[in-house]
Design a protein around this ligand. Structure first.
Ligand SMILES: Cc1cc2nc3c(=O)[nH]c(=O)nc-3n(C[C@H](O)[C@H](O)[C@H](O)COP(=O)(O)OP(=O)(O)OC[C@H]3O[C@@H](n4cnc5c(N)ncnc54)[C@H](O)[C@@H]3O)c2cc1C
Length: 466
């Protein structure tokens, strides 16, 4: 329980719109998309700017009050879910988006701005923020930075780490660090911003960032293909890379069971019938619309002739491109519908993906025959997502499914997180992918920057090293 005196001081500092407590605390602040349910926090702190956030943290630090930062609560590893006794710091009032700087090719935003709002604003000014993921309408730039989000276009533009030019963050004791620098080249000592990217709110709270933009492509095409085997997908990717065609911005594979589950519950007729082994969604972006389209058609023609793909349909317009992506992003509907459900985010060399998926799905289906399990992912980046629904009511199945997924991950030399992070759900499996020495360094960094351990305690670093 937070001390009454601390809560009074926080309420005075933040005012009525910035401080929610008691009945004002909506249940949504107690959970995220991972399915983890936490405690309803005693108070939700909603600072209006960096200065207020710094003052909030200074008060919490002095009182040794644990807190957890929240963006859009779309995280899939439970990192933003408040544990007993924690107060929530929500960035939802800090959502301003500055004008694009066309010379520096950057935009400066507050951490609470949603990804989609930033994407739309910079597009209106002729630029592209390349980060894109299914939760775009709710997830925030702060959450994207804190989790080093990946998403649909990593193979072309990189992960969030590659898109952040500089940032400002507040440390546990209220010290503001970093700055909003727009220089592309800056080798003045250690690159401290990297500490806050991907550290899931355990080392500091990100308040503002300067993001790198790309010119807005003038061509946008997508194709949906069926494949009889997974190796054909990899051969097609090699063909694309070998002929230097460029332009490829997404290369997503859906296993047949996933495709079928999404299209048979959807309202629209599917672009290709279900029943095939694999479905590939590939997307291109470029700057020469007729030539870019022709190149896609030529490559798909070659792939058909070489029996790499069995069937293909090219989107005729943006609406059809959206319909293809709606199938790939149909996972949000499955996550919401199939409870309990357990989501996994494994990264491994592309040529090991199919064998790994097969091994895990076979074991899971044998063990939970009444359940459903699906595979899909950003295969161009070697990132496989698995979703396992053990069957209705089997809420205790999680640790047993985890054991299968992570033991096989260790055996295949995989990473247990390609993009979602560690949070609480994967914390005790971190040693599958990181050595004891590496985890010790993480713990040392944590205790140096947050010696009282008030920022998101119990996340990322396993209890054995905390
Ligand atoms: C349908 C769906 C699709 C998704 N697809 C992808 C995908 O393709 N790729 C991908 O990478 N992820 C994906 N995700 C996961 C999720 O959207 C990302 O992790 C996203 O970056 C989280 O942003 P958020 O604002 O919702 O953060 P939250 O869920 O609120 O928080 C996530 C973590 O960041 C911390 N945090 C939040 N804001 C800050 C801040 N300002 N400073 C410091 N720490 C902070 C929290 O404490 C927590 O640990 C998907 C999720 C859903 C539901």
């Amino acid at each position: 329980m937070a001390e009454g005196r601390l809560l009074d001081e926080l309420a005075r500092l933040l005012g009525a719109t910035g401080f929610l407590c008691g009945d004002q605390v909506d249940p949504r602040y107690a959970s995220d998309w991972s399915g983890c349910r936490g405690e309803l926090p005693q108070a939700v702190l909603r600072p209006a700017d960096t200065e207020q956030l710094a003052a909030v943290l200074a008060l919490c630090y002095a009182a040794r009050q644990p807190i957890v930062a929240q963006g859009g609560r779309t995280g899939l590893v439970g990192g933003a879910v408040p544990a007993t006794g924690e107060l929530v710091i929500s960035l939802e009032r800090m959502r301003s988006i500055g004008a694009v700087d066309p010379q520096a090719r950057t935009v400066t935003v507050e951490a609470g701005a949603t990804l989609q709002a930033v994407q739309e604003q910079v597009e209106r000014e002729g630029f592209l923020l390349p980060l894109d993921l299914g939760a775009r309408g709710s997830c925030t730039i702060g959450g994207n930075i804190a989790t080093n989000a990946g998403g649909n276009r990593v193979l072309r533009y990189g992960m969030m780490r590659d898109l952040v030019l500089s940032l400002e963050a507040v440390l546990a004791d209220g010290t503001v660090v970093g700055g909003l620098r727009t220089m592309r080249k800056d080798n003045a000592g250690y690159d401290l911003k990297q500490l806050f990217i991907g550290s899931e709110g355990t080392l500091g709270i990100v308040t503002r960032a300067v993001l790198k933009l790309q010119p807005l492509p003038s061509s946008h095409d997508a194709a949906l293909c069926t494949l009889d085997d997974f190796s054909s997908a990899l051969e097609l990717l090699s063909l694309w890379n070998r002929c230097g065609a460029g332009g490829l911005s997404a290369f997503e594979v859906m296993w047949g069971g996933y495709y079928e589950a999404v299209v048979t519950t959807g309202e629209c007729s599917p672009p290709l019938p279900p029943g095939k082994a694999y479905y590939l969604l590939l997307e291109t972006q470029g700057f020469n619309p007729p030539a870019d389209r022709e190149r896609l058609e030529t490559l798909l023609g070659e792939a058909l002739a070489a029996d790499l793909i069995a069937d293909a349909v090219i989107a005729a317009n943006n609406r059809e491109i959206g319909a293809f992506w709606a199938i790939r992003e149909g996972i949000s509907e499955l996550l919401a519908r199939l409870k309990p459900g357990f989501a996994y985010d494994i990264s491994l060399p592309p040529d090991a993906i199919d064998a790994y998926a097969h091994t895990v799905l076979t074991q899971v289906r044998d063990r939970w025959p009444a359940g459903q399990s699906f595979a899909f992912g950003h295969i161009g980046d070697g990132n496989l997502h698995l979703f396992v629904h053990p069957g209705p009511g089997d809420v205790a199945a999680g640790p047993r499914i985890d054991a299968i997924v992570y033991e096989e991950a260790a055996r295949f030399g995989a990473s247990i997180s390609g993009e979602h992070g560690i949070g609480v759900l994967k914390r005790d499996h971190l040693s599958c992918s990181r050595s004891s020495g590496e985890i010790e360094i993480m713990a040392l960094l944590k205790s140096t920057l947050d010696p009282r351990g008030i920022l998101a305690p119990g996340r990322v670093i396993p209890a054995s090293h905390a």
